[in-house]
Ligand binder design. Structure first.
Ligand SMILES: [Zn+2]
Length: 262
């Protein structure tokens, strides 16, 4: 079997496994009236998601899905990995048709389609509503946001939650901050305990999104826990990270990015 064929076989096997995982979770959820209150990010809820990576396929799977660049859905942007170029603007931004506050949300087309499905599924399954608090932010919008936070909190505290322009996931057009409609827990730790936060922690991966900054991983991701910030990576990668790896950095074996390089 040639190397290419082996990679293809591994990919098919993984895809099949993920499809099985979706089926299992769908059945499990339909039997529950409310999601179980378990920790977020890296934990497998109720053991309902099987390992999506087959023994022996791990290294090939990772090799096949290494981040390829700024336009890739698996791009890793952190305090050690700026966008290239730093003033990058995605070419396929479209409006996201969901409730929002602030500026009208924009995301890359595929992420927008999936997040609209995610919002619809949440409302269908819970009867509740979510909103977009912030989606795509341009280099200059991020610059303004960073200045505001660093004036208010000081540079060190601002850098825990707000990226420098050119280093923000929001500039990729693949990240969105979710708010609980009618709640005061927007962009605060207490969002994790809201029905919206709980549902996202368990279900965002079904739509290709991950909780990008899980609890207790600031030393790796560079950011404190943000249960409201979800990042589109596609369903296959989201399933793997949700079940086993926690962060993009861990999945791709990238160096920790706790701070900017001076
Ligand atoms: Zn965010």
């Amino acid at each position: 079997m040639s190397f290419r064929v082996k990679r293809l076989a591994a990919g098919l096997a993984i895809t099949a496994f993920v499809v099985v995982g979706v089926t299992v979770v769908t059945i499990t959820l339909s039997q529950q009236s409310t999601p179980a209150a378990t920790p977020f990010g890296t934990t497998v809820p109720n053991g309902s998601i099987p390992n999506p990576i087959l023994p022996g396929a791990t290294s090939r799977a990772r090799e096949a899905s290494q981040p390829k660049g700024t336009r890739s859905y698996s791009v890793v942007v952190n305090k050690r990995r700026p966008l290239i170029p730093r003033d990058y603007v995605p070419a396929d931004l479209v409006p996201v048709r969901v409730p929002y506050i602030g500026a009208r949300p924009l995301l890359r087309r595929e992420a927008a389609i999936e997040v609209e499905s995610l919002f619809a599924a949440f409302t269908k399954e819970t009867g509740l509503k979510m909103q977009s608090n912030s989606a795509y932010r341009s280099y200059s919008a991020q610059q303004a946001e960073y200045r505001t936070f660093s004036r208010k909190l000081g540079t060190a505290a601002a850098e825990e939650t707000t990226a420098l322009p050119g280093y923000s996931e929001h500039q990729t057009g693949l990240a969105i901050d979710i708010g609980a409609r009618g709640s005061s827990c927007s962009a605060r730790d207490c969002f994790a305990a809201t029905p919206q936060g709980q549902w996202l922690a368990h279900n965002a991966w079904r739509f290709g999104f991950i909780i990008r900054y899980p609890e207790g991983q600031q030393a790796v991701t560079g950011y404190s826990y943000e249960p409201w910030h979800i990042r589109f990576v596609g369903t296959t990668l989201a399933g793997k990270i949700h079940g086993h790896f926690g962060s993009l950095e861990a999945y791709f074996h990238l160096p920790a990015a706790p701070s900017y390089v001076n």
